[in-house]
Write a protein that binds this ligand. Structure first.
Ligand code: ADP
Ligand code: MG
Length: 490
């Protein structure tokens, strides 16, 4: 049996295994992470960097950031007449990882046990879909763990203190997630608890790419007099324009990465596009300082989020024992500097920050297989409950309760001689109007006690397990009629 940890990221996915006490990464081509992008063209599937390269020619066949839509029933990509849901895309990516693992480790019929990570704010439906995608790809999904907890586990051997509070700062490609975790206990008996959350789901490395892209556009406007801000202003046809935007975006990202290492970088894009029979190139120098200045608004948003999480939870900088930087974008020098100066603590940053989550997951997968190690205690991020009379919502498992958890509540009928009762499960916080919450699905329990309204006693049990799956059991306490369902969004 082989174990892996998978960080199925919005931008990049990383797959890691623990071998002889050391972390090893699955390689994709020459890289040890897989851009979470997919391209379908002429019946052929491409992944990662290959898909990215092809996308500048086949922009319409390209799917990126599909994780943002995970669990949504409405989102479907239609490419060449074939439909892909967010779960399909996840499953394609996971299947690619699966075969890459098999190749790299020459596995033939061996089971591969995986721990897959998800953002802390994922709903149980989104988690369920992630698990399904993993299973469809062939993995035995041992458990799902949240990204901040996985990041903390990656540093597990160093986190020994009997009472630590960790601040996890994760700036990825499209999202910014903050979590405060507490760690109690020693070595194999540590308990990880997520205590506070924060962040911004629309803030990440892509926005920094955009800053550089805008600098490139303004350079082109100044030097060529061509405005590429929109297709109509550019005077280019739609396809040329879309492909050009992608090329510029990739160049911006590459420049951004360079600027994490060096003080100034020369962006050179020969024969970038043709207009009215003239070839145009771009040649410009960008300094770290210029990049930082233009990123001021983004940095302000990041700072506000950090301050908000600290303030709203009455945390002082001294309460935080360690700061853990996670995510590729935390490698931007001025981002690091800010975190360091705010907390007045050197954050961990000795390893590649985009790989930490997968490393923690790999550790957990290994430990789970060996039956050793940490207890992970996490909170439920949204209340789960049922619809009650008058379109109201009765939460059974409250937001912020720790799981695994099981709770039972009693309900009754609203009409005389009812023979069945309808159970509709929702996730959310609006107790006055259930329709403002997210519908999960429902089912009916029949053969209930025939009696005047309010008399039958119906027990509703919500069980939320370690993998964050919700199982609902409804039982009539008189007739014994019972039904159990693992909930999926309806
Ligand atoms: P996600 O968790 O969203 O999948 P990652 O943690 O892998 O993403 O972060 C991806 C982002 O990190 C991208 O925007 C990428 O450009 C950025 N990134 C990766 N390496 C660097 C670097 N050395 N300097 C700056 N940004 C980087
Ligand atoms: Mg990530």
């Amino acid at each position: 049996m082989f174990t892996v940890g998978i960080d199925l990221g919005t931008t990049n996915s990383v797959c890691c295994t623990l071998k002889d006490g050391r972390y090893e990464f699955i390689t994709f081509g020459r890289e040890d992470s897989l851009p979470s992008v997919f391209l379908y063209q002429d019946g052929k599937k491409s992944f990662g960097s290959m898909a990215k390269r092809k996308s500048s020619v086949y922009a319409a066949n390209y799917i990126n950031s599909s994780k943002t839509f995970m669990g949504s029933n409405e989102k479907v990509w239609d490419i060449d007449g074939k439909e892909f849901t967010p779960t399909d895309v996840a499953s394609e990516l996971l299947l690619h990882m699966y075969s890459s693992i098999q190749n790299q480790y020459h596995l033939v019929n061996e089971d591969i046990e995986a721990v897959i990570t998800v953002p802390e704010y994922f709903t149980s439906n989104q988690i369920d879909e992630t698990k399904k995608a993993g299973e469809r790809a062939g993995f035995i999904v041992k458990r799902i763990v949240t990204e901040p907890v996985a990041a903390a586990i990656a540093y597990g051997h160093e986190i020994e203190g009997s009472n630590e509070k960790l601040f996890i700062f994760d700036l990825g490609g499209g999202t910014f997630d903050v979590a405060v975790l507490s760690v109690k206990g020693q070595s194999a008996n540590r308990v990880f608890k997520t205590e506070k959350l924060g962040g911004d789901k629309k803030l990440g490395g892509d926005d920094f790419d955009e800053v550089l892209l805008n600098m490139m556009l303004s350079e082109l406007r100044k030097t060529k007099g061509i405005n590429l801000a929109s297709q109509s202003q550019s005077g280019l046809d739609a396809k040329t324009y879309a492909n050009l935007r992608l090329k510029l975006k990739f160049a911006a990202e590459a420049a951004k990465r360079e600027l994490s290492e060096i003080d100034s970088y020369n962006i050179v894009l020969a024969n970038l596009f043709e207009k009215d029979g003239v070839q145009h190139s771009l040649d410009m120098i960008v300094t770290q300082k210029q990049f930082e200045d233009k990123s001021e608004d983004l940095m302000d948003r990041i700072k506000q989020e950090v301050i908000k999480v600290m303030k709203n939870n009455d945390l002082s900088k001294d309460d935080i024992t360690r700061v853990i930087l996670v995510g590729g974008s935390s490698q931007i020098p001025f981002v690091r500097d800010y975190v360091q100066s705010f907390f007045n603590k050197s954050p961990y940053s000795d390893i590649d920050l985009s790989k930490i989550v997968a490393m923690g997951a790999a550790q957990l997968a290994y430990n789970t297989a060996q039956g050793i190690g940490d207890v992970v205690q996490d909170m439920i991020s949204h209340s789960l409950g049922i619809e009650i009379v008058g379109d109201k919502f009765s939460p059974i498992l409250k937001k912020d309760s720790y799981y695994p958890i099981e709770r039972t509540e009693e309900f009754t009928t609203t009409a005389d001689n009812q023979s069945a009762i309808e159970i509709n499960v929702f996730e959310g916080e609006d107790i006055f109007n259930v329709n403002n919450n997210e519908f999960y699905g429902g089912f009916e329990l029949d053969n209930i006690e025939r009696a005047p309204k309010g008399v039958p006693r119906i027990a509703v049990t919500f069980k939320f397990d370690e993998s964050r799956l919700l199982t609902v059991t409804v039982t009539d306490m008189k007739t014994g009629s019972t039904k159990t369902k693992t909930m999926k969004k309806g």
